[in-house]
Design a protein around this ligand. Structure first.
Ligand SMILES: [Zn+2]
Length: 224
């Protein structure tokens, strides 16, 4: 298998560019992201990335630390919850806020989590929550709504929208869709299964037993 075939899973070596300090994106989206950032700047907003490219190992580490109780597990309302002892329940609890390693759109380098730095209070630590979208970043999101609605955002749009799949809506998560579509053409659930069989992932049995349904609920709805 060529290294290129593993890019949709966050493995291999994508062609990345550091767009902001410590935040890398796929080289192919850089031009449009600069244009989008300039458009926002001209309208009084300052695009700041809070997350960008994330390799498989990083997502695996988040997943396993949540499973082991080293990272907080949050319920659907974003409140800390007790860790289920049943492996399948634990898996679904993690899935509420974390993508399966190998199936996170952040592996693509085309997806970013964004805020308006101009609206961010000094010293405030961004949480990426729905409350922020309707609160301090409301104007920013209203502007994005209009641009995305008119398809005038240089190929960018939201992915985790209400009514689409089982992942909670994430207004802050945007993607360069023409580029992500191309990358996802190479995605195969059987390849992902093979990756899980060989790696040290928490809840492995539950993931493998449920993989087709997990894909229907948490992966394929976001291949847009
Ligand atoms: Zn995101």
């Amino acid at each position: 298998m060529s290294a290129e075939n593993l890019l949709p899973y966050g493995l291999g070596r994508p062609d990345l560019v550091e767009f902001q300090d410590g935040y890398f994106v796929c080289k192919d989206v850089c031009g449009d992201l600069k244009k989008f950032s300039t458009l926002l700047h001209e309208n009084g907003f300052e695009l700041r990335l809070e997350s960008a490219y994330r390799p498989f190992e990083k997502q695996l580490s988040i997943w396993n630390r949540k499973a082991r109780g080293e990272l907080a597990l949050l319920d659907e309302f974003g409140k800390p919850m007790e860790r289920p002892t049943d492996e399948e329940e634990l898996m679904f609890a993690i899935l509420t806020w974390s993508a399966l390693p190998g199936a996170s759109r952040h592996h693509l380098g085309t997806d970013i989590d964004v805020v308006d730095a101009n609206a961010c209070p000094e010293g405030y630590e961004v949480q990426l929550t729905p409350d922020e979208c309707t609160g301090m970043f409301a104007k920013f999101h209203a502007f994005l709504d209009a641009r995305f609605g008119a398809d005038e955002a240089f190929g960018f749009n939201r992915v985790f929208e209400p009514g689409r799949g089982k992942i909670k809506p994430e207004g802050w998560h945007i993607a360069h869709l023409p580029t992500s579509r191309k990358l996802l053409e190479g995605f195969s659930l059987e390849t992902l299964r093979g990756i899980y069989e060989k790696c040290d992932i928490a809840c492995k049995d539950a993931i493998l037993a449920n993989l087709p349904q997990l894909a229907e609920d948490y992966i394929y709805p976001y291949f847009i």
